[in-house]
Design a protein. Structure first.
Length: 551
């Protein structure tokens, strides 16, 4: 009789367990030192090795010839536990044996000494399914069991266990297995089965298994039933996936706002009998990949996709604002929740895609933010025409403080050498004022500064403590010191800053007019003396008169 892969290739030793060193190393050290506890609690998601490690532990404590904490696998005890002929190792499914009577029977059997082994081992799987009465019946035996009894409890929902049970066990948490570790194990199994497994197909199976080795081996078994040469296309067909090309096409249509194209793609996939809920889930995962690329310096390890696909996804992510990506994820997750409640899957998915293509149809805050950003990015400021200034009327007796002073040299340095959009000389200050009035603080500026520090530590130090503001398609940077102000005048520094801003925000901004921070005025000075000094600098004649002392 054929034996499925996840049973055929179940690890027989701790050294064969993949991706759980925090469990296997500790258990081997306890076995080598003889510090064997009377109760263990294995917790973690499905397919991560809880029951497998429980059986290995049962063999290791009873093995006649253990090797470095591992069972030998050759003695009669190890072979008997593997084939189920040794009755001293009992595996109980708590989902179907969850009553008080079942636990009472277990307690009575536990009093008898084992027949052929050193320890009688009880493996209780899905222990969280026991009733409250069953837990209470087990509590006393679990606290003070006979010397020849070991309990191993396994569960996927440890929070459902009473605290009195958890406190009496040594707890071991099983983690999700990394996709790279799963792919390596799948490649080994495929070689032993005389089959060919493409590396990209192995990574795809690993991603679909969601950290569960059992699920990965089951899917590989299904793929080998189709072909001895397992490619990415074979995995896609076996798992009922949509494929990467339709996902890129659909997300591209959403980014372009092409509702008709998006609906055509959905209709074609529906006629190919693709599950709309699975399609919605895959599209949400696609948007998540774009989010990780936009927020992380390098998301290759988290995404675990081929290099060519990563480059393509990165190119698409950089062309879409982060707000649009987050809006897409929120909308698709909401659609999945509606599908779970029994709504028509195709209709729900089409409505979600239409809202993503046309944010004006969506009144959610995320959609409104997308619309505002689109308006800011797509509506540049209109050029202002120069208006000739009228000569100011001369008052009868002009005072020095009423006359208009010419522009000072410090103000001439406020504009950069290479202006973004040249304006008439008399209009530059008005434009700067207008941009300042509509400016909003750029929340991502600290993250942008971090990127600048990585590319140029000296520039990062110069701009430390600075702030930036967004006004339409401009980013206004408040230089905190003279060095930063001079750096802003250099074209290469401006290009680096534009690249950093686009990398974080996903938008291309112009760098608007800059203004140096005014030097703080000295406290305690004479205001009249300061006024006279300013007037002399402006070319105004100032006469000083001494006040006559009264007799």
């Amino acid at each position: 009789m054929y034996q499925v892969l996840y049973r055929k290739w179940r690890p027989k030793k701790f050294s064969e367990v993949v991706g759980q060193p925090q469990v296997t190393v500790t258990l081997k050290n306890e076995l080598k030192s003889g510090r064997i506890a009377h109760a263990y609690l294995f917790t973690g998601s499905r397919g991560t090795g809880k029951t497998t490690c429980a059986k290995i532990l049962a063999k290791a404590v009873n093995c006649l010839h253990p090797v470095d904490g591992d069972p030998c696998g050759e003695c009669e005890i190890c072979r008997g536990i593997d084939d189920g002929s040794v009755l001293d190792v009992v595996e109980i499914d708590a989902a179907s044996n969850n009553g008080v009577e079942n636990i009472r029977t277990l307690r009575e059997e536990a009093n008898f000494t084992p027949t052929v082994t050193k320890y009688r081992v009880y493996i209780i799987d899905e222990v969280h399914m026991l009733s409250i009465g069953a837990f209470n019946a087990l509590l006393k035996t679990l606290e003070e069991p006979p010397a020849h009894v070991i309990f191993i409890l396994a569960t996927t929902e440890v929070h459902k266990l009473p605290a009195t049970i958890r406190s009496r066990c040594q707890r071991f948490d099983f983690h999700h297995i990394a996709p790279q570790d799963i792919a390596g194990r799948l490649t080994y199994v495929a070689q032993q089965e005389q089959a060919s497994l493409d590396p990209q197909a192995a990574l795809l199976i690993a991603r679909l298994s969601d950290g569960a080795m059992r699920d990965a081996l089951s899917l590989l078994d299904q793929c080998l039933g189709r072909s001895k040469t397992v490619t990415e296309q074979v995995v896609t067909e076996a798992a009922g996936l949509v494929g990467r090309e339709p996902l890129f096409a659909l997300s591209g249509a959403i980014a372009a706002g092409d509702s008709a194209r998006a609906l055509e793609l959905i209709d074609r996939l529906y006629r190919e009998s693709k599950d709309m809920a699975r399609l919605c889930e895959e599209l949400s995962s696609h948007f998540r990949g774009m989010m990780l690329i936009k927020l992380m310096k390098d998301a290759r390890e988290m995404l675990a996709v081929p290099e060519a696909e990563y480059a393509r996804l990165k190119k698409q992510a950089l062309s879409v604002p982060l707000s649009a990506v987050l809006h897409g994820m929120e909308t698709l997750q909401g659609a999945l929740e509606q599908m779970a409640r029994g709504a028509d899957r195709r209709t729900v998915f089409e409505l979600a895609v239409l809202r993503l293509c046309s944010p004006k149809l969506d009144s959610s805050p995320a959609a409104l933010l997308r619309r505002v950003e689109a308006l800011e990015q797509g509506a540049p400021a209109r050029p202002r025409q120069a208006v000739p200034r009228k000569a100011p009327a001369q008052p009868p007796s002009p005072a020095p403080e009423q006359r208009e002073a010419p522009r000072r040299e410090a103000e001439k340095a406020e504009e950069p050498e290479k202006a973004v959009s040249p304006a008439p000389p008399g209009n530059a200050e008005d434009k700067f004022t207008r941009l300042q009035k509509s400016a909003q603080k750029l929340a991502e500026w600290p993250e942008i500064l971090q990127i600048i520090r990585q590319t140029s530590p000296s520039a990062g130090a110069a701009f430390s403590g600075s702030s930036a503001y967004v006004s339409g398609s401009y980013v206004l940077i408040d230089a905190p010191n003279e060095i930063a102000f001079q750096l802003l005048r250099r074209p290469e520094q401006r290009d680096r800053m534009r690249a950093a801003i686009q990398r974080v925000t996903g938008r291309a901004f112009n760098l608007g007019p800059y203004r140096k921070k005014a030097a703080p005025k000295a406290e305690g000075g004479d205001p009249l003396a300061q006024l006279a000094a300013d007037a002399r600098k402006a070319g105004i004649k100032v006469e000083e008169k001494q006040e006559e002392s009264k007799p």
